[in-house]
Design a protein around this ligand. Structure first.
Ligand SMILES: [Zn+2]
Length: 327
C-alpha cells in the first residue's frame, strides 16, 4: 500500500503513537447481513495489530497513563493503548487471552445499562429487525409504514433509516420504539444484550486481570450532546460510581458513546474533566500528538476496522498518514 511507503519517508507524521478502538473481538461467523461488521475484528487480527505495533517499537501502556507519559519531555518513546467499548463478552473470551499472551494492558469501557440488562443496544436490535424479512412495521413520524427488508439493499437501507431515526428524536424514545417494533416480529432486544454483554459478575472476573482496566461509557450509551446538562452529569457520574462499586476500582478513563463530532463536543470534554477524568476518548481519528496533551479529555483514537483486517492497514494507520490526507 502506497501509504506505508509514505509513512517511512515521513517518520515525523506518526506522532507519539496511537490509541486503538475495538468493539467486538470474535472469530468470523458465517456470512450474513451485518451492518455492524466494521465493529468486529478477529482475535487473529488483534494479534497481528499488536505484532505490528510492537515491531514498530511502540510501548503498550494503559490509556490512563498517557497524559503523564506524554508530558515527560525526557521520554522519547512512542506508545500504543488498546481500548474496547461497550463491555462485550467476547472481549473477555477472545481479546483478553491475546493481550495476556503479549503482556499488553487494555481498557474496557463499560455501560452499566447494558451490563444490568436495563438498556438495549439499538444498533444490534435494528440489525436484527432489518435482517429478518421480508418487512417490518415502523413509524418514522409520518404514521406506521411497512419497511421492506426482502433484499440485501433493502435491509441496509432499513438499518440506515433506523440509525438516522435514533439521531432525529429523543434517543430514549427512539430506542423504545425500535424495541417495540422488534418485539412485534418476535425479536427480544434484551436477549440480544444478554447474549453479547458481560454481566456484573463477568466484569468482576475481568477486572481481576492485572492487564485490564474498566473505564466508564455512560449509563445508557446515549448521545451526550443531545441530552440536558443534568442528564449529562448523571450519565458520567453514575456510570463512574457504579463501576467502582462493582469492581472496587474507580474508572480512570471515559469513552464518549459514538464519539463522533456530533456526539461529544466542548461541553462534554469539560464535563468529564470536571468529573475528574485524566483522559477521555472520542472516535475521531488521530495519532498521539508530540508533547503534553492539550485536551486530555478530547483524545482521538484509531479504529481497528472489521472491514480492513490486514496488517498493512495497521501499518498505514500507525504512520498517521491517512489522517493527514483526510485533513
Ligand atoms: Zn459504545
Amino acid at each position: 500500500m502506497a501509504l506505508t511507503r509514505a509513512g517511512r519517508l515521513l517518520p515525523g507524521a506518526a506522532g507519539r503513537g496511537v490509541v486503538f478502538t475495538l468493539h467486538h473481538v470474535r472469530p468470523a461467523g458465517p456470512a450474513k447481513f451485518d451492518p455492524n461488521a466494521i465493529l468486529a475484528v478477529t482475535p487473529a487480527f488483534l494479534e497481528q495489530a499488536i505484532g505490528v505495533a510492537l515491531k514498530r517499537g511502540l510501548t503498550p501502556v494503559h490509556l490512563h497513563d498517557l497524559p503523564e507519559l506524554l508530558a515527560d519531555e525526557s521520554d522519547r518513546r512512542k506508545f500504543v493503548a488498546f481500548t474496547l467499548d461497550d463491555g462485550y463478552r467476547n472481549n473477555a473470551e477472545f481479546a483478553a487471552p491475546v493481550f495476556r499472551k503479549h503482556g499488553v494492558p487494555y481498557t474496557v469501557f463499560v455501560t452499566p445499562g447494558f451490563s444490568t440488562r436495563t438498556r438495549t443496544i439499538w444498533w444490534e436490535t435494528a440489525a436484527a429487525l432489518a435482517g429478518q424479512g421480508p418487512s417490518f412495521r415502523f413509524d418514522f413520524g409520518a404514521g406506521p409504514e411497512a419497511v421492506a427488508t426482502a433484499t440485501g439493499l433493502q435491509k441496509f437501507a432499513a438499518f440506515e433509516r433506523l440509525a438516522a431515526f435514533v439521531q432525529s428524536i429523543d434517543e430514549d424514545e427512539a430506542v423504545r420504539r425500535i424495541d417495540e417494533a422488534a418485539a412485534a416480529v418476535g425479536i427480544d432486544p434484551l436477549a440480544i444484550v444478554d447474549d453479547l454483554v458481560m454481566t456484573v459478575d463477568e466484569l468482576r472476573t475481568l477486572a481481576a486481570d492485572p492487564l485490564a482496566h474498566l473505564g466508564a461509557h455512560t449509563m445508557t450509551h446515549v448521545n451526550l450532546m443531545r441530552v440536558s446538562a443534568e442528564r449529562l452529569h448523571h450519565e458520567i457520574a453514575a456510570s463512574t460510581r457504579t463501576i467502582e462499586d462493582w469492581v472496587g476500582v474507580k474508572p480512570r478513563s471515559f469513552s464518549y458513546p459514538y464519539g463522533w463530532a456530533s456526539a461529544a463536543g466542548e461541553r462534554e470534554f469539560a464535563a468529564t474533566a470536571a468529573a475528574g477524568f485524566e483522559v477521555a476518548v472520542t472516535t475521531r481519528p488521530a495519532v498521539l500528538p508530540v508533547g503534553r496533551l492539550a485536551r486530555p479529555t478530547a483524545l482521538g483514537r484509531v479504529s481497528l476496522n472489521g472491514l480492513y483486517q490486514q496488517p498493512r492497514y495497521v501499518e498505514a494507520l500507525l504512520s498517521g498518514i491517512p489522517f493527514r490526507l483526510m485533513g
